[in-house]
Design a protein. Sequence first.
Length: 415
Amino acid sequence: MEQSASPRSAVFRLGAAFFRHLPAWVIFYIGVYCHLVALTSFNPPHRDWTWIYIFPEAIVLFYFYCYFKANARVKRSRQKLAGIFALQIAAFLAIYLLAEPFSFAQDIASWSAALKQMVFPPPAGTTIAWFGGRDTFVLLYEITSLIWNILIILYLYHYKRLGGLLFFYGAALLFGMTLESNGVMLKFFFEYDYHVYLPPFHAPLVTMFNWAAVLFICSWVLHGVQDAFPAVRRLHWFWGALAIAILALMIDLPIEPAATGLTLWTWNSALRSQPQLLGVPLLNFVSWFFAAGTFGAFYLYLTREGRGEYLFARRRGEIIEAALKTHEGKASARQRALAWVAALPEKMKDRPLRRAADFWRSDKGRWTPLARNLIMILVIPGMHLIIAIGIVAATLLTEGADSPVFSILRKDLGL
C-alpha cells in the first residue's frame, strides 16, 4: 500500500507548481492586491473600480486553460482549472464583502484638497502637503516590486537560461528605463520621494524594473497561447505584437487608478482637461499600448524561426534559385548577393570570421540571445520614435493641435 505524501513533500510540490507558473501568479497578485487597495486605502472605498479587476484574472484563467490544453499529460486538468477559478472567485468575494478602509484612510479624506493637488500637482516650487501614510505605500510598493522582480529573474534564469535573462533584464530593461525616465523628464508625470534612484535616470529604479517584468509576462502569456493553439504561432508577427499590447493594457488597467489615487505617481496639471479613465489621463493608456506593442513587434520579429539565417532572403527557395542562376551566369545583382551570402558559411570554415557568424545566428536560424540584445539596444531610439509618432497621431485625431500634450512638449522643449 502506498504511503501518503509527507507535509514537506506536499509543500515542495506546491512551491514547484507555483514557481513553474510564476508569471501567472504575478498577474493574479496584481489583480487581488489592487482590489484590496481600492477598498481599504480610500474612504469611501472605490467599489466602482471593481470591474477592472476582471481583466488580470481573465488573463490568469485563460493562461491556465492554454497550459492544460497544450499539456495533455497533466492529470485532472479540468478539476485544477475549476479550482483556480474557484480561488479567484473566493479572493474576489472575500475582499469585496469583508474589506474595510484602514484607519489612516480617514486622514486621506480630511486632506481632500491637498490630495486633489497631488493628483494634478501645481507648478514646480509650490509647497505640497503630503498626507501621513504615503511613504508607507511607497516603501511597500518598492519592496513588493523588488521581491517579484527577483523571483522573475530567478524564473528566467531557470527556464530561459542566461540568454532569456539578459534579453528581458538587458535590452527590455533599458527600453523601460529610458521610456519611464523620459516621461518624468518631459514632465508628463512625476514620481516623488522614492528611496532608490539610478542616476542619470529621472525615474525611480522600481518603476523602471517593472517595465521589464510586465513586458516579459506579456510575451510569456503569448507563448503559452501559441503552445495551445499552433495556428496562432503561424500568424504574422504584427498580430502577436497587438496581443502583447492588449495584454499589457489589461495588466496596467487596475494598477493606474490605485497608484494615481495614492500618489505613487502624479500627472502634470495641464492634463486636467484631457479625457480620463478612472481618474487617469487617457494618454497614459495610449502610451502603454504603443510602448508594449512596439516592443512586442521587435521582439517577435527577432525571435522568429529562420530570422537571421540569411541576411537578405526570406525563403530558402530564393537562395537555391539565386545559386543556380549565378552558376549559369544569368543572375541579377541581387541574386548574386544572395548566393554570396548563402555561401559564406562554407567560405568561413576554420576562420575567425566563422566564429563571428556563430555569434550572430544559431543552428536553427534564429538570432542568438546576445545578438538579439545588441540589436534591440541599437533600435531603442527608433522604438521611442515610433511610440512618439503613435502618441502624437492618436492625440491629433482625438484632441487636435490644441491638446495639452503639445503645450507640455512646447514648454519643456522650449518651442
